[in-house]
Design a protein. Structure first.
Length: 362
């Protein structure tokens, strides 16, 4: 019986190393997941406005002298957040919030280097398989855009608010998670190619696209809950302060769905059930496609995430629980990409098989 021959583009290219490129992308994905976690801590500790300038190069180093620390503190004391929330803050306390914002930005710089430098190396060594260059450049561009979005977010809170805009925060978070999903998906494509040079990139099936859209809505409202501090408006579950529908909603039209902390908390809480049902469906599709590990990983991730969400609310939004909730959210995205990819590989195989049969017969 005839078999599919490796694509001509791969034949004779001794330097192509799809497995090595895949491992690099998964390492970068791990850094992105860590940055999502640190970003959550930065938000929860109200640290995001502690650095009032964007210095891509020189800002990589923290203040190295007492005078430099005092200069940074003086800049922060000009912000509205300091006047409204932290008047009288000591320099020692400022150093704590400064650390989290500096560390968050440092991780962004490290991720940029961890992506751009190996990309250039793999490109020059002709290690990247044909057809993947544009995708990797797109991920690089998204990473650069994410840095700009981060500063755009910070500027929304420096001079007239005590926190950054929750709308801009959601753009920042969802872009990071989009990058994470893109890294995982591309790495899985490359791993499949390393095992079989005739492998095609996985397709995003309609079912998987719908599930990921449902998950995106949940993530969006989760970002708004964090930005509005809406997790603190109720500390009971499943009812919110004794009511199914919270009493504190102030209806002012469509913006209520965006700006009201009671309503955003309510939607985030109950849309989670829709998201769980959708993710169970996606996990079943991955298992049916032959990837039991992806199914188990996805079930585990969203199961832990639900428990952390409930614990975060009932314990009064402690830092450890809220940060873990955001960090595991990144794992839900990564495992969802894995499961969607598993279902998509089966779909891609379905497209390829008729061609294989035709070649075998001829």
């Amino acid at each position: 019986m005839a078999t599919l021959a490796p694509p001509r583009a791969i034949q004779g290219m001794a330097n192509v190393r799809p497995a090595a490129v895949a491992n690099w992308l998964l390492a970068v994905a791990g850094l992105v997941a860590l940055m999502v976690l640190v970003g959550g801590i930065t938000r929860l500790t109200e640290s995001g406005l502690s650095i009032t300038e964007w210095k891509p190069v020189t800002g990589a180093l923290p203040p190295l002298s007492d005078a430099a620390w005092q200069a940074e503190f003086d800049k922060y004391r000009q912000t509205y957040q300091y006047a409204a929330m932290n008047a009288g803050m000591t320099l020692s306390a400022f150093k704590t919030i400064y650390f989290w914002e500096w560390f968050h930005r440092l991780l962004g710089r490290l991720i940029g280097l961890a992506f751009a430098v190996p990309l250039a190396w793999f490109w020059m060594r002709r290690t990247i398989p044909p057809g993947y260059h544009a995708r990797l450049l797109a991920l690089l561009a998204l990473g650069a855009l994410q840095g700009a979005i981060g500063w755009w977010m910070v500027t929304s809170g420096l001079w007239s608010r005590t926190e950054v805009s929750h709308l801009r925060l959601s753009v920042h978070l969802l872009t990071a998670l989009l990058i994470l999903g893109g890294l995982v998906w591309t790495a899985l494509d490359l791993r499949a190619l390393a095992r079989d040079h005739s492998a095609r990139p996985a397709r995003l099936t309609p079912t998987a696209a719908l599930v990921l859209a449902v998950l995106a809505v949940q993530l969006l409202f989760g970002a708004w809950v964090a930005g509005l501090r809406a997790g603190q408006v109720a500390s009971t579950w499943p009812l919110m302060n004794g009511s199914l529908v919270p009493d504190g909603v102030t209806w002012v039209g469509l913006r209520t769905f965006v700006d009201d902390p009671f309503l955003t908390h309510f939607i985030h809480r109950w849309w989670a059930l829709v998201a769980v049902a959708a993710l169970v469906l996606l996990a079943r599709r991955a298992r049916a496609a032959g990837d039991r590990a992806a199914s188990i990983a996805l079930h585990s991730a969203f199961g832990v995430q639900v428990l952390l969400g409930i614990a975060t609310v009932m314990l009064g939004v402690p830092l450890w629980a809220a940060a873990a909730h955001q960090g595991v959210g990144a794992l839900v995205v990564a495992t969802s990409a894995w499961a969607a990819h598993a279902a998509g590989r089966r779909a891609a195989l379905g497209i390829m098989l008729p061609h294989a049969v035709h070649r075998a017969v001829s």
